[in-house]
Design a protein around this ligand. Structure first.
Ligand SMILES: *[C@@H]1O[C@H](CO)[C@@H](O)[C@H](O)[C@H]1NC(C)=O
Ligand SMILES: *[C@@H]1O[C@H](CO)[C@@H](O)[C@H](O)[C@H]1NC(C)=O
Ligand SMILES: *[C@@H]1O[C@H](CO)[C@@H](O)[C@H](O)[C@H]1NC(C)=O
Length: 347
């Protein structure tokens, strides 16, 4: 018993030395670990800093660099395209077409409006617009050669879609459909001042070629046009709508995706509101309205008399505003018409 007591006392004494040594080593190890961690994190910090500063430099580079390789164009051109149907003798400019051009004259005020067509139109509306110098006819054949795998476009719509993009590459400016009417069109000039492309939001699947704008040098425009030769699809909406959305994502830095134009009214579910009701569609603050009137078969406005007789609707208000060159209500400054093409993508 005594032995074991003295033995254990010795143990305790020994342990005390041991404890001292162990604690000493422990403290040394802890100090070393602290220094090690500190050094590692300082290294990591400096790595992170150098990565983030190089990212910032890159971002600065891309931001300071114009979105396309040139300065914004000094002049703004507006382009219409019209090809004569094969079975027609000529082309007449109709009242609704005339109103679209007038909406541009009043509310976009481009430096020049061009009609690219394979035949000069006729009719009193054409005579009035062209004699006043508001629109200029430029001859353009319906044919073009495709140099990619695709040698022929399947659908007549694709011919004018591709022609619109060809024209933007040649001239720059804005290309629109005849059923697009400018409202707060003046803002477009501002958007194209520091964005080399403007695309028109449709829905979450695809955009719309009712209105498109670009500098001649826009990378988005060139990539989009090229799609007709390399990833062309017979689905009529693919190259004009789906590819437009796709290139807007790829060139998100240079594009202004405009909202409340090609989806206001929306062709799938708001046409009745627009053509039969008043106050349902907030159209007075959009830069333009794509009416899709060919989809609304209930009536067709072919003259000022037709327009005045038409039942009340937002559509009628829009057309009368142009026909009578009415003053718009005060602008809603909170109106947002920009869509982030990358919204909803989880990076
Ligand atoms: C439309 O009205 C404005 C004044 O509100 C006028 O300055 C402009 O010249 C008119 N435009 C046309 C095409 O008549
Ligand atoms: C297009 O047609 C015109 C005649 O209208 C012809 O001179 C031209 O060579 C054709 N171009 C192509 C690419 O086929
Ligand atoms: C363009 O200008 C507007 C305001 O003037 C600004 O908010 C926007 O960030 C600019 N965009 C680019 C791509 O520089």
């Amino acid at each position: 018993m005594a032995r074991s007591w003295s033995f254990s006392l010795q143990n305790v004494l020994l342990n005390r030395n041991l404890r001292f040594v162990v604690s000493f080593c422990g403290i040394l190890a802890a100090l070393w670990l602290l220094v090690f961690i500190y050094k590692r994190s300082a290294l990591a910090d400096s790595k992170i800093q150098s990565i983030s500063s190089s990212l910032q430099q890159q971002q600065r580079y891309f931001k300071s660099r114009p979105a396309a390789s040139q300065d914004p164009p000094h002049e703004l051109f507006l382009h219409y395209v019209r090809f004569k149907p094969d079975d027609a003798d000529g082309v007449t400019l109709r009242f609704l077409d005339y109103l679209s051009v007038m909406s541009a004259v009043q509310r976009l005020k481009p430096d020049q409006i061009y009609l690219h067509a394979d035949m000069e139109p006729t009719g009193k509306y054409w005579d009035e617009l062209s004699s006043r110098g508001w629109i200029k006819y430029v001859h353009r054949a319906k044919n073009f050669s495709l140099t990619g795998r695709i040698k022929q476009l399947a659908h007549i719509y694709h011919v004018s879609d591709k022609t619109k993009l060809d024209i933007l590459v040649e001239y720059g400016g804005i290309a629109i459909d005849w059923d697009v009417y400018f409202v707060r069109g003046e803002r477009i000039r501002r958007y194209l001042w520091n964005h080399s492309a403007l695309t028109c939001y449709g829905d979450q699947d695809g955009y719309n070629l009712g209105l498109a704008g670009a500098w001649k040098t826009s990378r988005l425009l060139h990539a989009w046009r090229r799609s007709f030769q390399v990833i062309y699809s017979k689905d009529w909406n693919f190259n004009c709508g789906d590819v437009q959305k796709y290139v807007s994502e790829v060139f998100a830095e240079e594009v202004y995706v405009v909202d409340r134009v090609c989806n206001n009214p929306h062709p799938d579910y708001q046409l009745a509101d627009f053509f039969q009701q008043t106050g349902k569609i907030h159209w007075t603050d959009s830069v333009a309205i794509h009416t899709y009137h060919r989809l609304w078969k209930n009536y067709f406005v072919s003259s000022p008399e037709d327009l005045k007789k038409a039942p009340p609707s937002d559509y009628k208000e829009l057309l009368l505003t142009i026909y009578e060159n009415r003053t718009l209500p005060a602008e809603d400054v909170t109106f947002n018409d920009r869509v982030d093409p990358l919204a909803g993508i989880d990076f």
